[in-house]
Design a protein around this ligand. Sequence first.
Ligand code: PGA
Length: 249
Amino acid sequence: MRKKIIAGNWKMNYTLTEADNFVNEIKDRINTDKVEVVLCPNNICLDRISDIIDNTNIKLGAQNVYFEDKGAYTGETSADMLLSVDAKYCIIGHSERRQYFAETDEMINKKAKKLLEKNIIPIICVGETLEQRESGVLFEHISSQIKNALEGISSDDAKNNIVIAYEPIWAIGTGKTATSMQAEEMCKYIRDEVRKLYDEKVADGIRIQYGGSVKPSNASEILNMEDIDGALVGGASLTNDFVAIVNYD
Ligand code: PGA
């Protein structure tokens, strides 16, 4: 049985004080019995949030990593640095990073491999634009993002140590959620692709989240779909709505 995983992607929000107040306010109201819960604050807040959630079952995640170990890469953060604050997860390949910071499939694959080497679980984001969906290249596009991201990753890692987040770009921050059927259709397709790349066991083990305008009013419908193993939540992870989402029925 795959345990659902719900991650809050704070993006570039919250100062240290704001983050501290927010997590102290929500942490005891989050039920982690049936859902694995991950908070992904900005890098400035990682260490503080790590301390605040230390005696809970809430896990820490980062929003990005660089694939080199150390050196002259101004502004970047290494996987060892993430380990030093006890990060267990790291989002990679978010569409905002692909779009605004020119991240390529190749870079995302290198980041995934570096994280796995350091025992941090990558949350690999994939998703299509509205144009891609409407012009019919949707499945081809997602299939190639998945193949490229998983290139050279062992079946053991793919089965146990990878999370894929399907996030249609047209649904991110727009209030426009994919219908639960559209989300399920794509998560199932991704699982089928993983089966082709590996085998039944990997397809069965890998966790696939949906992301894009997840909110309390649609969480339960989306999260109860068969092939949707959780959610990557942006805007709603910054408010009390996050508590309602993780405690869904
Ligand atoms: P959203 O963002 O929930 O604000 O749509 C999701 C994401 O980008 O991860």
